[in-house]
Design a protein around this ligand. Sequence first.
Ligand SMILES: Nc1ncnc2c1ncn2[C@@H]1O[C@H](COP(=O)(O)OP(=O)(O)OP(=O)(O)O)[C@@H](O)[C@H]1O
Ligand SMILES: [Zn+2]
Length: 480
Amino acid sequence: MTDLRLYNSLTRSLEEFTPVHPGEARVYTCGPTVYNYPHIGNMRAYVFADVLGRALSFNGYKLTHVINITDVGHLTDDADAGEDKMEKMARQQAQSIWEIAKHYTEAYWADIRALNIREPAKWSIATDYVPQMIEFATSIANKHCYELESGLYFDVSTVSDYGRLARAVTEEGEGRIEAVEGKRNAADFAIWRKTPTGEKRQMEWDSPWGRGAPGWHLECSVMSGDLLGFPFDIHTGGIDHREIHHPNEIAQNQAFCCTNGLDVPANSGARVWMHNNFLVERSGKMSKSSGEFLRLQLLIDRGYHPLAYRLMCLQAHYRSELEFSWENLGAALTRLKRMIMAAERLRDVAPAEQAHPKLAPMLDTFAAALADDLNTPVALTALEDVLAAKKVDAGAKRAVVERMDAVLGLDLFGKTRVDMRLRPKAADITESEIEAALERRKAARAEKDFATSDALRDELAGRGVEVMDGDPLGWEWKLG
Ligand SMILES: Nc1ncnc2c1ncn2[C@@H]1O[C@H](COP(=O)(O)OP(=O)(O)OP(=O)(O)O)[C@@H](O)[C@H]1O
Ligand SMILES: [Zn+2]
């Protein structure tokens, strides 16, 4: 197997993957803050983490993947001045935080399933780990923290090389984080926020620093360390996390490992930190705070299969910005349909055990592309080459396609061409009505009754259905 090379944001370079525990790969992915629906940009982060996990499995590592669910502690403002995103939404919707968290966690999981993202070994829910968070904070409080009226703050000057992941301290200067009165350094952050006197929060716990709630950065340090052990292999998130959230996690991990006598070579908790780039729209980064945003369900409602969006993500390298457009999504859907139709011919074939000499170089290209920092665009073309290969035994093809699709996750043998044809929600005609009209039209044409055939075609056109005679993909109709 080709050695896996991954881009480590810490060193800003490609590094050969060397697991902490031989034969294993332990990965932590920053999960969603469940105060709202995820947008498709958020889901790009999980498609990336999924492909990383699948690539590690393909390379023979036993994978332990953890994704967290943040249901407390993430503020509306990166400085510690803002309000808890969950509290704010609960107030706006006049519901309890627990109801909000449940609703949006389930919506997120529905998107995870629709995108064929594998279940991680564990979904860690932040509020389940509060005692461990208090314990972690207690162990570093003396040497690394100080108390202010609003909470317990981490003093970033107590760890070496703070912010080396972001490399932004000098560029953006000290004013980067708004100062809470009394902070020793502008970049200091709350690891525990006290409930202001006289106020009551829906989510609050007792701690040595008074009643309150954990900071968002603390949550990820604690859950990753608890479930995967320091040091673990890979920590992932969107590129925005490279600036504040992850440098702060790293600072806490350094403090914790140092205080607890743990030997962490890179002193950062995880050896490799990986970040996916953004999904952008012409107007800029897709983001929740901007109000209007695209949900996976909207794509489905417009007739695009969610796996077309997965394919669209894979068509770009995860470190490149990806611009969303309906045209790109449409092109990805057509490409996916072609692959599924080619795979349909292999559906009932048993995978051969023997590799075919014609396919072996294609599998090598695929493996090399993956090993080259997850070059999915090239891996996809290798998969298409296999599907298109001539004079190759179907069983051999099936075996190779299965292996490749285990990484790309397009579910080529689980989906059919009919599954790809979603009826847009706005359409006022059902599939069975369309199929019935097409049957009548077929019968009319068989009898050379072209007047009826044309009339049926026009009638369908009037209801937004385009009949596609002679379509090279064998598609009989589409909704215009
Ligand atoms: N446009 C985007 N493209 C790719 N990844 C993104 C994008 N926006 C956010 N992410 C990533 O999505 C993941 C989930 O983030 P989270 O649920 O906290 O959303 P958020 O930060 O509140 O969203 P937003 O930035 O839109 O307000 C994080 O890893 C984040 O870095
Ligand atoms: Zn996190």
